[in-house]
Design a protein. Structure first.
Length: 625
């Protein structure tokens, strides 16, 4: 062919076609295309060549080299379509390196560009990438949603030949996600659909990958014979004997035989087969320099030899596993440790220089301070005689003023602290929504917009109610405002609390009042106490799985008890000191809500106690006589 852009394009297409078949060949075609594109000064062709370099390097897990080439491609003057493809590839690199924040940022930027130019063919790729990121974030619900969006986008694009490449990847990812959720039937359905697709393209490597995934599902189900069968089929299909897929399958065969042996009173025949396949897996991993899997294989071989009572051999394999494990640690941390040591040396040197400089400056200052001090003492001596006559009277006035000022400052500090405690969260939610609506309106579909508007409206209404509660308390502090007691239906307070925290969708609120009990107290004071205890419980369960809060009321020995329990991380009695000690400083870690609860409970003659144990949750109990 002529040395023109058409030839460069075909070379790029060949490079892309070899990604799954033979990345080394794909890299060679990318180099040929790059050389020709540079000769023609064709930046679009150069960018696509660099992108193909990256994708082929990515296929062999050389992520640093892949990212280097993607960044080279991004630096060139390219079309929006190509730029979106590059950003999506960069997202995959960051996902492989567990930098999920940057991965999600690049994936959404790629999708935004594709939507702006109506690049419908790229929608499925973007949705698939975003689904993968959410899977790595352990948000399987969103992962499945985006994977299915990717499949729907492919169906709308309606080009079977074009879809053959990406559809199997989406089906594979859906299968992996359902397998992670232990929904094995659905996982197998998607894996088998993927095999149907790859048969059309003759991509035996991808079929091998699907068979390995199916084998993994069978292993998790305890169907060891089926798992071994599928692994063997995968190995027979692989184009390269020394592929990662073959190493994985040999290892999985070994694991299955090992578990079969354990289930059969340590039968020697499965143990021998387990050892044989694990050794074969290790040979391939050594050629791939995959130290992590070599270490894991040797550890399993040590267990196999132990079951066979070959203790000397077991010890040798164990020693080898330790060597590889230490090697992994050293290679990952040697450079980091050296950098830290060098940094520490520099810091110590700089600190020593600063100390010497400060010493010299201090000596010079001391000389002038001495001169100034002598002069000042002479002046003070004259003033002391005059002041001594009025000291007693002045001190009495100052003590009175300081006492009043200290009291006012405490009230003011509590007031502003409570404003921060009760108003910050709803205001933050409101600002977050407004920013999102202004800066990224395209991320909100109609349903999400309506839901967030409802949540924002609810937060604003709750903000108003919180302000009323805080003003009530501040008035009581500043003017000795007295509570007004009446019969209060606890069910109405429970309903108010449920509405107030309706935006906390991940927290389950339970209210128990089977006897429909009423309490003679100030409704506003008690409502504020309940809200603050609920809000503190929600904050304490940020990292709790399936958070639950239970409010209940009961009567016993002519007393009424009202309690709140949560299954959060709990704490120590020291953390709740502000609940009992009026002198506890404002701003301690227990939160200003405890100060508010303490003062309001005292005002309505309510005794409050707390039972909290680390990692077992917390229970607050209010006693009304």
């Amino acid at each position: 062919m002529k040395e023109d852009t058409l030839k460069a394009t075909i070379l790029n297409q060949l490079s892309f076609a070899y990604i799954n078949l033979n990345p080394d060949t794909g890299i060679k075609y990318a180099q040929k295309s790059l050389t020709l594109s540079e000769k023609l000064e064709w930046q679009e062709g150069m960018a696509i060549a660099y992108k193909n370099f990256g994708q082929n390097y990515y296929q062999i897990s050389n992520y640093n080299q892949a990212l280097f080439n993607y960044n080279k491609a991004r630096s060139l003057n390219v079309s929006k379509k190509t730029k979106s493809d590059i950003l999506n590839c960069i997202s995959n690199i960051y996902m492989s390196q567990d930098n999920l924040t940057k991965a999600l940022e690049n994936a959404f930027n790629a999708l935004k560009i594709r939507e702006s130019i109506h690049y419908t063919k790229g929608y499925a790729q973007s949705f698939s990438t975003i689904g993968g990121i959410y899977y790595n974030l352990h948000n399987t619900t969103k992962a499945i949603t985006y994977y299915k969006k990717a499949l729907q986008a492919n169906e709308k694009f309606n080009n079977e030949n074009e879809n053959i490449g990406i559809t199997p990847r989406i089906l594979f990812n859906l299968g992996i996600t359902y397998s992670y959720l232990k929904r094995y039937s659905e996982a197998l359905t998607y894996f088998n659909k993927g095999i149907v697709y790859v048969k059309k393209s003759g991509d035996t490597n991808s079929k091998s990958m699907f068979l390995g995934a199916i084998a993994s599902v069978y292993h998790d189900q305890g169907k060891y014979s089926l798992a071994i069968q599928k692994c063997q089929e995968s190995i027979n299909l692989s184009n390269s004997v020394e592929s990662v897929s073959n190493a994985y399958c040999y290892g999985l065969i070994g694991v299955n035989y090992f578990e079969m042996a354990i289930g059969n009173n340590n039968n020697q025949i499965p143990l021998e087969k387990a050892k044989k396949n694990i050794l074969q897996s290790s040979v391939i991993y050594k050629k791939l320099n995959d130290k992590m899997h070599i270490y894991m294989n040797y550890e399993l071989l040590s267990k196999i030899e132990g079951l066979k009572k070959n203790y000397k051999s077991a010890l040798e394999f164990y020693k080898s596993s330790v060597v590889y494990k230490d090697s992994i640690f050293n290679s990952d941390n040697k450079e980091t440790i050296k950098n830290l040591e060098d940094k520490r040396t520099i810091e110590l040197r700089d600190k020593e220089i600063k100390i010497n400089k400060l010493t010299l400056e201090t000596k010079e200052k001391e000389k002038w301070y001495l001169v100034f001090g002598i002069s000042l003492l002479a002046i003070i001596g004259g003033l002391l005689f005059y002041q001594s006559r009025n000291r007693k009277k002045t001190n009495e006035k100052l003590q009175l003023l300081n006492s009043e000022l200290d009291k006012a400052n405490k009230v003011k500090a509590q007031f502003f602290g409570i404003l921060n405690h009760d108003l910050r969260s709803p205001v933050a939610n409101l600002i977050h929504f407004l920013h999102l609506q202004k800066d990224n309106p395209e991320l909100l579909d109609a349903e999400s917009r309506t839901r967030m508007e409802n949540k924002t409206m609810s937060s604003a209404e709750n903000l108003l109610m919180s302000m009323e509660d805080i003003l009530l308390w501040s008035k009581g502090q500043m003017e000795n405002f007295k509570p007004q007691s009446k019969n209060v239906a606890i069910n109405s307070l429970f309903e108010d609390t449920k509405n107030h925290f309706s935006s906390q969708e991940n927290v389950q609120l339970i209210f128990e009042n089977p006897q429909n009990i009423k309490i003679n107290t100030d409704e506003n004071y008690l409502k504020t106490i309940i809200r603050n205890l609920t809000g503190n419980a929600i904050k304490a369960m940020v990292n709790t799985k399936n958070p639950i809060i239970v409010w209940k009321i009961w009567q016993e020995n002519n007393n009424t008890f009202l309690s709140i329990s949560d299954n959060g991380s709990g704490g120590t009695q020291e953390q709740f000191k502000a609940l009992y000690d009026d002198t506890e400083a404002v701003g301690i870690k227990t939160g200003l809500g405890l100060h508010l609860i303490r003062d309001l409970a005292k005002a309505i003659d309510c005794k409050i106690s707390v039972d909290s144990k680390p990692n077992k949750g917390t229970t607050f109990t209010l006693l009304f006589k």
